[in-house]
Design a protein around this ligand. Structure first.
Ligand SMILES: [Zn+2]
Length: 158
């Protein structure tokens, strides 16, 4: 499956609330694999379906980016939800494959309990901390038509 990155803050697909995934079939597995490939090729740590012009609640995120003691893990999240989030927050720099050259600081919960399905339809519930939580929440925003620039506390560069 050949995917193309959608870029620009005003693209309609990036401003749309995406639909739940209903069918966990081989097409979904193929899409997930293609999304992982384009994310790695684009040197991103996360990518959401609307960023490849697909209206579906799917994203890919990389775990353990900020930990050198364990390897990175590239994971798909389908129909993801946040079950709870810490009141402790942290300001951190973000960028986005759909907004090249734009970086800025966004405040996010330090920790959150999340659940999602993998491409096989298995439900995963886990606690994410730090950068893992940040990537997850950034990608989840994409599924609701929200970009990180909507939440900037200060813009570093444009
Ligand atoms: Zn993004």
């Amino acid at each position: 499956m050949k995917l193309k990155l959608v870029k620009g803050a005003n693209e309609e697909i990036l401003r749309t609330r995406c639909a739940e995934v209903l069918d966990f079939d081989s097409d979904l597995e193929k899409l997930v694999e293609s999304m992982k490939k384009i994310m790695v090729k684009s040197r991103g740590v996360g990518i959401a379906a609307p960023q490849v012009d697909i209206n579906a609640r799917i994203f890919i995120f990389t775990k353990n980016v900020d930990r050198e003691d364990v390897g990175n893990q590239i994971v798909e999240a389908i129909n993801p939800v946040v079950l709870s989030a810490s009141t402790d927050t942290i300001l951190g720099e973000e960028g986005c494959l759909s907004l090249p050259g734009v970086y800025g600081n966004v405040r996010r919960p330090l920790e959150c309990m999340v659940s999602y399905f993998n491409a096989k339809g298995e439900k995963i519930t886990e606690n994410l901390r730090g950068f893992d939580a940040r990537v997850f929440l950034h990608e989840l925003d994409h599924l609701n038509g929200v970009l990180f620039i909507d939440k900037l506390e200060d813009q570093i560069a444009m």
